[in-house]
Design a protein around this ligand. Structure first.
Ligand SMILES: Nc1ncnc2c1ncn2[C@@H]1O[C@H](COP(=O)(O)OP(=O)(O)OP(=O)(O)O)[C@@H](O)[C@H]1O
Ligand SMILES: [Mg+2]
Length: 375
């Protein structure tokens, strides 16, 4: 009797288990939740099938308790069997994922595991893939920065050592009385003075840049009129423009308030204007213009430099980047810090800085959000 019940229930259970496993195989890429639902359905279906078959056979007579227990026990076993298969599938899939992560090479190239994965693990694999891509990008930036820093240290030591050696020689000559004619003495003094100014300026730039990089740039934003800011920057470089024979003009509305640190923003603007004058030939023009719409104020510096080579355009704001002319020794030799400082200051103001080639030269533009004035 009981044997007959076991045989019927087990047979039906087997058929349902095979059906369930087939469904699971078809759904192997779906959610783990769906798989668990299939396990539950298989268990319930096996129980029901056993009960229905036995009732139809009318074999329940004197031992209803035994019969029910047997059917439930066998159906339960079928359910556990299918659950084990599901568990193995999930474990194997997650192990594949772990192996894929463990095998990520030093280059951080992540290869997601082949073959179908349950939906949740597929999502994790996708997220991992994106995380590794971000890591790769971050490392690349880090390496580029590290390279720039190394280059910076190299030329800083060179650029400091060369003028220092020259000054030392001149001071020694003065000290020993090797030169005593007034013209040469005064030329030496003048030369030493120029070099000291240049070195002081460079050290100051380096200090500013290191504060920017350390995130230690303390802004004291106030409401400032852009007209005044531009006028101050122009006044500071007028002598330079005159000496080079460059026409320097400002074009700003009389009142255009912006919420900014006047000293720092002025320094950024001055760096742009000095560059523009430096790269504009005699009789060329440099125009500083301020404009605004509802959301943004723009400060632009247009010059007649003849255009920056396309390849250099994305790099001009990098620390220590200097164009061909600025690398060759001479009075116009740059340190490659001006634009990096300008960018740091503008970004600290939550603004952006960009450059385009336009007309007879290029145009640098600072854009700042037109923040509400302080309460
Ligand atoms: N207005 C411009 N016209 C043409 N080229 C420019 C202009 N401004 C910058 N550049 C190019 O970008 C490079 C970087 O400029 P940046 O101001 O950072 O350094 P620099 O002027 O060489 O040195 P520093 O400003 O530290 O004295 C310059 O060497 C130059 O090649
Ligand atoms: Mg410069």
């Amino acid at each position: 009797m009981i044997l007959q019940i076991i045989a019927v229930t087990a047979g039906l259970g087997l058929v349902i288990a095979v059906l369930g496993l087939t469904v699971l195989w078809l759904l192997r890429g779906r959610s783990i939740g769906v798989m668990l639902a299939v396990v539950a359905v298989v268990t319930v279906a096996a129980t029901l099938a056993g009960v229905v078959a036995i009732t139809m056979e009318m074999i329940i007579d004197g031992h209803p308790k035994d019969v029910v227990l047997t059917v439930v026990a066998i159906a339960g076993l079928v359910g556990i069997g299918v659950a084990l298969v599901v568990a193995r599938q999930v474990v194997a899939a997650s192990r594949k994922l772990v192996t894929a992560v463990e095998e990520v090479p030093a280059t951080l190239d992540f290869t997601p595991p082949q073959g179908p994965l349950p939906a949740e693990l597929r999502t994790i694999a996708h997220a991992l893939d994106q995380a590794y891509a971000r890591l790769r990008a971050a490392r690349q930036r880090e390496q580029a920065l590290e390279g720039a820093r190394r280059e910076l240290v190299a030329w800083v030591s060179h650029d400091l050592r060369t003028p220092l050696a020259g000054m030392r020689a001149m001071v020694e000559a003065l000290e020993d009385g090797v030169v005593d004619d007034t013209a040469t003495v005064s030329r030496y003094h003048n030369q030493i003075r120029l070099e000291v100014d240049r070195l002081a300026h460079m050290v100051d730039d380096l200090f500013e840049l290191s504060r920017i990089h350390a995130g230690a740039l303390r802004l004291s934003p106030r409401r400032v009129g852009l007209g005044d800011l531009v006028a101050d920057a122009l006044a500071g470089v007028e002598a330079l423009a005159m000496a080079k024979g460059v026409r320097l003009t400002g074009d700003t509305p009389p009142v255009l308030p912006v919420y900014a640190d006047a000293a720092e923003l002025g320094r950024a603007l001055r760096n742009l204007v000095v560059n523009a004058i430096r790269h504009t030939p005699q009789d060329g023009a440099v125009v500083v213009r301020a404009t605004a719409d509802d959301a943004t104020v723009r400060l632009s510096v247009a010059d007649a430099c003849g255009g920056i080579p396309e390849d250099d355009l994305p790099r001009v704001f990098d620390v220590a980047f200097r164009g061909e002319a600025a690398r060759t020794p001479g009075p116009d030799r740059g340190a490659g810090l001006g634009l990096a400082i300008a960018r740091g200051i503008v970004e600290a103001h939550e603004g952006a800085i960009a450059v385009v080639n336009e007309g007879p030269g290029c145009r640098f533009e600072i854009s700042l959000p037109r923040a509400a004035s302080p309460a």
